[in-house]
Design a protein around this ligand. Structure first.
Ligand code: SAM
Length: 332
């Protein structure tokens, strides 16, 4: 099964499929003069694409998947437990090896290094993301002994430490969706900015008047400053708590709130900082778009703000049945 998409939209669709874990990495992306045909693991509806049945082409890799590479090293029961997917941030692969395979983790890490030549470090998740800074403990199981890397997307570079700061490589398309909505001369605030993927891209791809980025984690803030310099963009970075810093900055045309775990508790900070007809991009974890829309509407009603919902999109998956959702809303 392939998704047929116009060439100029191909990269966005590919990244979206990656975020949803639906890209079939064992098959090639095919093309004709105007269209790309992107292999998918199951049926999915994405605007401006069409599901087509065409003959696929397998990727001629020595080992097409991690499981295949491990066929002769693990028994069938163990093989079933090997993670199907993993993230790649820069040249670091991050995966979650189940407890049952604890004594096989260096075999798995080495197989990853051998199969994917762009990977230089393999790290295993040790904890869930639960801290205020949205970070998790990682252990290196193969490759070089480092946790710092440079991740590239949409012609931007982000230096970061995969353990001490939050970064998701699956949100590239979503970040571009936001950046491409920014109009000339807007004042934009990115709350919870992390190492800067939203403010840097917005500043690079659009023509805002000013972009502000607020981040609490000192390590993420240090990388944010470095990434502003690295990408030669004009962004004002502020280290501190959104609750304290936002009110010092005047009014904005657009506020991005990429803290899905808790953004609802910060709408009372964002709404007063918005100009009339200003736009908020509100991130949430929920079962579906409707649930997030209802949440936003209720909080805004309680706070006494009239809003118009512009759009709500699923932009990633969080856990089984729970999605990362962005609600775009205008304050009237
Ligand atoms: C989910 S991460 C998103 C980071 C970044 N926007 C991205 O997409 O990579 C949320 C970020 O918000 C920061 N944060 C959490 N609470 C905060 C607060 N009260 N004020 C400012 N930043 C905060 C965390 O340290 C973390 O870097």
């Amino acid at each position: 099964m392939h998704l047929k998409v116009k060439k100029e939209k191909g990269e966005d669709v590919r990244k979206k499929l990656m975020g949803l874990n639906l890209l079939d990495i064992n098959r090639r992306i095919l093309s004709d003069k105007d269209f790309l045909f992107i292999p998918v693991l199951k049926e999915i509806e994405i605007p401006d694409t069409e599901l087509v049945e065409i003959e696929g082409e397998r990727v001629p890799r020595k080992h097409r998947s991690l499981r295949e590479a491990l066929k002769n090293r693990l028994n069938p029961e163990e093989l079933k437990l090997v993670p199907r997917s993993f993230d790649i941030i820069g040249d670091i692969a991050i995966l979650e090896i189940p407890e049952e395979l604890e004594n096989k983790k260096s075999i798995i890490g080495d197989a990853l290094l051998k199969t994917f030549k762009n990977i230089k470090v393999v790290a295993n998740k040790k904890t869930r993301i639960e801290t205020e800074f949205r970070t998790r403990a990682l252990e290196i199981i193969s490759g070089e002994e480092r946790k710092e890397t440079v991740h590239r997307e949409y012609n931007c570079s982000y230096k970061l430490n995969v353990e001490t700061v939050y970064f998701s490589p699956r949100l590239g398309t979503e970040r571009m969706r936001i950046a491409s909505q920014v109009k000339d001369n807007e004042r934009v605030l990115v709350m919870f900015s992390g190492v800067g993927p939203y403010p840097v891209l917005i500043s690079k791809k659009s023509k805002p008047k000013e972009v502000y980025a607020i981040e609490l984690n000192p390590e993420a803030f240090r990388y944010l400053k470095e990434n502003i310099t690295l990408n030669k963009v004009d962004v004002t970075a502020i280290r501190g708590d959104v609750r304290e810093e936002t009110k010092k900055l005047g009014k904005f045309d657009r506020i991005v709130m990429p803290l899905p775990k808790d953004a609802g508790n910060f709408l009372n900070v964002a709404l007063p900082a918005l100009k009339k007809n200003g736009v908020i991009h509100f991130y949430d974890f929920a079962h579906n778009e409707r649930e997030s829309i209802e949440k936003v509407k209720e909080i805004c009603r309680e706070l006494g703000y009239e809003i118009e919902i512009l759009k709500a999109v699923k932009c990633g998956s969080h856990s089984p049945g729970i999605f990362r959702i962005c609600v775009d809303l205008r304050v009237l």
